[in-house]
Write a protein that binds this ligand. Structure first.
Ligand code: OSB
Ligand code: MG
Length: 381
C-alpha cells in the first residue's frame, strides 16, 4: 500500500430534490442537502465521498450542518497536509482529533479509501475484501397515507424485482399497514419493518402482535441508547430485532452482541465512522454468526458506490437498501447511474477503480450551494 499524502480537501453542499418525499416515524425529507467531499493526493489522484448526515437531527444527533462544522473546524484541518500509511490509518487518527461525530468522520475516512483504491487502480470492493459480483437489493418504503396505498407500493416493488420489502412503521401506523401488505404479497415474500426508534418498552405487547406476520426482522424499535431495553424486548418477541441507529461504533456493536439486544445488524458505513470500523463490525458479527446487511440513507450515487463496495463482503447475507438511482432522483450525479436488474440485483463494479462510477463534476458544480477548499496551511472559500 503506497503512502497517501492529502494535498487538498474540498467540502461541498449540494441540493438534490427527491422524486418523492420520504416519510419515516420522525420526519419527512423532500429536498436532500448532501455534503460531498473531494479529496486529492499529492499525485493528483482524487477520491470522492458523501456524508450520510441528514437535514434534521431526527435520525441521529448529527446533521449536515454539524458535520460541516466538524469537518471544517477540526477534522479536515487535522488531516490535510499529512501523510498516511494507507487508508486504515485515517480512522484512528480521526478518533484522536474529536469525540463522537461518526458521520462527519466517516465521510472523510471513506473518501480516503476511495482515493486509495484509485491510486492503486483497484476497485474499492477489492480493497475492502469484497467477494461478491452482485448484491441483492431491497426497498425501503416510506410511511403512506393508508394501508391500501402502502400495499399498492409494496406490490409494485415486488413486481420490479426487489428481493426484500421494508416498511416504515410507527405507533398507530403499524399493525393494519403490515397486515395489508402481508395480505397483498402473500406469506413467503421477505418482509420487514423499520420503526426508527418510535416505540418504548411499554409497547412490547403491541410489537409482539407483529410476530404473526413472519417478518424477517424489526429494525430499531426503541431509542438509539436503549441497548438494554432492546435486549428485554427481544426476549419478549419472536421477530428478530435488527439495530440501525444504535450501532454508531465498533464498541456499540460489541455491546449489542454481549447483551443480545438484537440478532441482525444494519451496517451503514457512513453511520459507524467509515470503512475501518465497518470491517471490524462485519468480522465481529461473522464470528458470532450474526448476519449484517447494508442500509441506505437516501444517498446520491457517490454514497451508493461506497455502500455497494462494502456490501460485497461475505457476511452481508441479506438484501441491502441499495435501490437504483432512478428511485430517488430525476438524474443522479454519477455516470453510469446505479441500476438494478429484473432479478433484484445490483452489479458490484469489479473491473473499474474506486467506486467504479465517475462523478459528473459539471452537474455537481451546478448543484453546489456551499463550497470550501482546504490545502496544507490554508483554507480558501
Ligand atoms: O432508517 O434505514 C433508515 C432513510 C433515511 C434515514 C434512515 C433510514 C432510511 C431508509 C432509506 O430506510 C433507505 C434508502 O436509502 O433507500
Ligand atoms: Mg433504519
Amino acid at each position: 500500500m503506497s503512502e497517501i499524502h492529502l494535498d487538498r480537501v474540498t467540502l461541498r453542499e449540494i441540493r438534490l430534490p427527491l422524486r418523492r418525499p420520504f416519510r419515516i416515524s420522525s420526519g419527512t425529507v423532500s429536498d436532500r442537502r448532501i455534503l460531498l467531499l473531494e479529496i486529492r493526493d499529492r499525485s493528483g489522484a482524487v477520491g470522492w465521498s458523501e456524508c450520510v448526515a441528514a437535514e434534521q437531527p431526527n435520525y441521529s444527533p448529527e446533521t449536515v450542518d454539524t458535520a460541516w462544522l466538524m469537518l471544517e473546524r477540526w477534522l479536515v484541518p487535522a488531516t490535510v497536509g499529512k501523510s498516511f500509511d494507507g487508508p486504515r490509518a485515517i480512522h484512528p487518527h480521526l478518533e484522536k482529533v474529536a469525540r463522537g461525530h461518526p458521520m462527519a468522520k466517516g465521510a472523510l475516512e471513506m473518501g480516503v479509501w476511495e482515493l486509495a483504491a484509485r491510486m492503486e487502480g483497484v476497485p474499492l470492493s477489492r480493497l475492502l475484501g469484497g467477494v461478491r459480483d452482485t448484491v441483492d437489493v431491497g426497498i425501503s418504503l416510506g410511511l403512506q397515507d393508508s394501508p391500501e396505498a402502502l400495499a399498492q407500493e409494496a406490490r409494485a416493488a415486488l413486481k420490479d424485482g426487489f428481493r426484500k420489502i421494508k416498511l416504515k412503521i410507527g405507533p398507530g401506523e403499524d399493525y393494519a399497514y403490515v397486515a395489508a401488505v402481508r395480505e397483498a404479497l402473500g406469506p413467503d415474500v421477505p418482509l420487514m419493518v423499520d420503526a426508527n426508534s418510535a416505540y418504548t418498552l411499554e409497547d412490547a405487547d403491541d410489537l409482539a402482535r407483529l410476530d404473526e406476520f413472519g417478518l424477517m426482522m424489526i429494525e430499531q424499535p426503541l431509542d438509539r441508547a436503549d441497548l438494554l431495553r432492546h435486549a428485554k424486548l427481544q426476549a419478549r418477541i419472536r421477530t428478530p430485532i435488527c439495530l440501525d441507529e444504535s450501532i454508531d461504533s465498533v464498541d456499540r456493536a460489541q455491546d449489542m452482541l454481549e447483551l443480545e439486544s438484537g440478532r441482525i445488524v444494519n451496517l451503514k458505513p457512513g453511520r459507524v465512522g467509515g470503512f475501518a470500523p465497518s470491517l471490524a463490525i462485519h468480522d465481529l458479527c461473522r464470528e458470532r454468526d450474526v448476519p449484517v446487511w447494508c442500509g441506505g440513507m437516501l444517498e446520491s450515487g457517490i454514497g451508493r458506490g461506497h455502500n455497494v463496495a462494502l456490501a460485497s463482503l461475505e457476511n452481508f447475507r441479506l438484501p441491502g437498501d441499495l435501490s437504483p438511482s432512478a428511485r430517488y432522483w430525476e438524474r443522479d450525479i454519477v455516470d453510469p447511474e446505479w441500476t438494478m436488474d429484473s432479478e433484484g440485483r445490483v452489479t458490484v463494479p469489479r473491473d473499474r477503480p474506486g467506486i467504479g462510477v465517475e462523478v459528473d463534476e459539471e452537474r455537481v458544480e451546478s448543484l453546489t450551494v456551499r463550497r470550501e477548499e482546504f490545502m496544507a496551511g490554508s483554507s480558501v472559500s
